[in-house]
Design a protein around this ligand. Structure first.
Ligand code: PYR
Length: 355
């Protein structure tokens, strides 16, 4: 960046010297990327690593990312403020950690009873989602992108079965985002704890249960050593987007080709990391079962309670104009996507199982 600024002004001795460098080296930049993921965390750090490597390779090393795990520069949930303020250049995280900054951030990870991975992607790239993400980002001096997707997330880990919605009453449970607010309505004591601290919180009894991601990520985190009841489908994150945001001043100062490399690398990251996750979840689930984990589904009564509390939580945020506009845009896209998916993919899968 300093070189680009100097050369734009021109005329200094330093600029004259630097201009002799090969063309590709002139715009060389390193961006510090803070993340919410400990190194090696499946799905999440995988996405951040794909993005990191793609940017380095696509730019032929002229734009490199220096990826930081939580604690190396800032904490897991401090990445938003660090990038907004310019302390770091970019973050990789899950934007629903930032509903305290603005409730509309929920949409760029997942909202209760929201979209699948494909539906979120449809809205984002072809239904106005990315424009709304950037409108939101501009409030905080951020240029935002989706960069990864976990696929549908599991209902979570419990020490005991959930026989009715009343079993959530008083349960010390970890769930971020608006889903956590839903469980709060059912009486749970909801805690928002970063991924890297979850194993310890579950082992120590600080938590009775938690949701993290899905079999591939959860097995790596080791929760099966502590809790044995695993609900596979959840209401809260049917296809969670991961997000990357670049400080807007830093982004605007990048060469146009570097801006495009970041944009395309985020799209490719979503594609390849989601595929990696879905390719691994089935085998991971089998291994969990072999280790004595009981896999279950919530009963219809419990799903009904999730539905009622979710509608209340969504409506409570409608006083915010941008949240309301985001919801309207998202739901219009979802309705349109769902119409075809139910008549094609969903029906086809039913037939494939049946025949
Ligand atoms: C979680 O924090 O639960 C995610 O799914 C990223």
């Amino acid at each position: 960046r300093s070189f680009l600024k100097t050369s734009a002004l021109g005329g200094t001795a330093a600029a004259a010297t630097t201009l002799a460098a090969p063309a590709y080296a002139q715009g060389k930049r390193t961006l510090t990327m803070v993340t919410s993921w400990p190194r090696g965390f499946a799905v999440l750090d995988d996405a951040a690593t794909y993005l990191n490597n793609m940017v380095n390779e696509m730019s032929d090393g002229t734009l490199t990312i220096d990826k930081k795990a939580p604690g190396e520069l800032v904490g897991a949930f401090e990445v938003f403020d660090a990038v907004s303020s310019g302390q770091a250049d970019m973050y990789h995280s899950a934007d629903y950690y930032f509903i305290g900054q603005h409730p509309a951030y929920a949409y760029y990870t997942a909202v209760p009873f929201g979209g699948t991975a494909q539906e979120l992607t449809n809205w984002y790239h072809h239904g106005g989602g990315h424009d709304l993400h950037n409108e939101l980002g501009e409030i905080f001096n951020l240029k935002s992108f989706l960069a990864g997707n976990s696929g549908s997330q599991s209902g979570g880990w419990f020490r005991n079965e959930i026989k009715s919605a009343a079993d959530f009453n008083g349960l010390k449970f970890r769930m971020p985002g608006l889903g956590g607010k839903v469980l709060g309505k059912l009486g749970a004591s909801v805690q928002n704890i970063p991924g890297g601290e979850l194993y310890q919180a579950l082992s120590s009894g600080a938590l009775d249960g938690l949701e993290w991601v899905g079999p591939f990520a959860d097995e790596r985190a080791g929760f099966q050593e502590v809790a044995k009841v695993y609900y596979t489908a959840g209401f809260h994150e049917p296809g969670s987007g991961l997000a990357c945001a670049v400080n807007l001043d830093v982004f605007n100062d990048l060469a146009p080709a570097h801006q495009k490399i970041i944009e395309y690398a985020t799209m490719a990251t979503t594609h390849i990391q989601l595929a990696e996750t879905l390719a691994n979840n089935g085998a991971a689930l089998s291994r969990l079962q072999q280790q004595g984990v009981k896999t279950m589904q919530f009963s219809d009564d419990v799903w009904d309670a999730f539905g009622k509390a979710s509608a209340e939580v969504m409506d409570e945020n409608m006083g915010d104009e941008l949240f309301a506009r985001t919801r309207e845009s998202f739901e219009a896209s979802l309705t349109s996507s769902a119409e075809w998916l139910s008549k094609s993919d969903a029906f086809y899968v039913e037939q494939r199982e049946r025949v």
